[in-house]
Write a protein of this length. Structure first.
Length: 243
């Protein structure tokens, strides 16, 4: 029996997956990981994930969580039974983004994190999401809960992430790639690249959706998540779950 591990994106915790947790099969063992809050690099996060959750795993990662999932699949391919990669990027950090994040880090640590994020809020959501005050309030709430130092440290980890493209062609597990058609942080080309590299990967798009796809399109995400789970989970083979 494989355990499903949900890996949130940068600064996010379990709240990113609330709509998905409520839709999972009741007999599926599942946990939400917070390794990105406790370790300094993507490889260390992946190693901790593998140590903390023994046995076969199915990894579902969003954004930064997808980077951790891909690295865990590199470190222990024999243990990864399935991958779901949502709005993520297999490439290493570009020089341009490295410069942008470097400037942001200093401002995060000087207490100006809101001033950094506010002008970029439109990059996280499609216009439909921005028009929902409750959704935007949830976004600010999880950033504030994370705090400026966690924002800085996790950005540093993303800046030094490994090039996952090198090992993706060696993966042989059911892999599902999902991206919002209007994602500006990890654009559709990133999803297409991952799907092209992983043998047999399935690629799907969410229309009128930005980067925060688990919140913007929860119903559609849940439908595809359950289809992916059906590829590797046998209902009734386990009783009880970890949430």
């Amino acid at each position: 029996m494989s355990t499903l591990i949900l890996l949130p994106g940068l600064a996010a915790r379990e709240t990113l997956w609330l709509d998905q947790l409520n839709a999972l099969p009741p007999d599926l063992p599942c946990a939400v990981s917070d390794v990105h809050f406790r370790h300094a690099s993507i490889p260390h996060m992946a190693r901790a994930l593998l140590e903390e959750h023994p046995g076969p795993l199915a990894l579902c990662g969003a954004s930064m969580g997808g980077m951790v999932a891909m690295e865990a699949a590199r470190q222990a391919p024999e243990r990864i039974r399935a991958l779901a990669l949502l709005g993520t990027n297999a490439q290493p950090e570009s020089a341009a983004m490295h410069a942008v994040r470097t400037q942001a880090l200093a401002r995060f640590r000087s207490g100006q994190w809101r001033e950094v994020i506010e002008p970029n809020l439109a990059l996280a959501f499609h216009a439909d999401g921005l028009a929902q005050p409750a959704l935007v309030a949830r976004y600010w709430a999880f950033l504030e809960a994370a705090g400026p130092e966690a924002l800085a440290r996790q950005n540093e980890a993303v800046m030094t992430r490994p090039d996952a493209r090198r090992h993706l062609p060696t993966l042989h597990c059911p892999t599902w790639v999902l991206c919002g058609e209007d994602d500006q942080l990890t654009p559709p080309a990133c999803a297409q690249e991952i799907a092209d590299l992983v043998p047999g990967a399935q690629l799907d798009w969410l229309p009128r959706c930005g980067h925060m796809l688990t919140w913007e399109r929860p119903k559609e995400v849940n439908e595809w998540l359950l289809k992916w789970i059906a590829l590797w989970h046998r209902p009734g083979s386990h009783q009880g779950s970890v949430r």
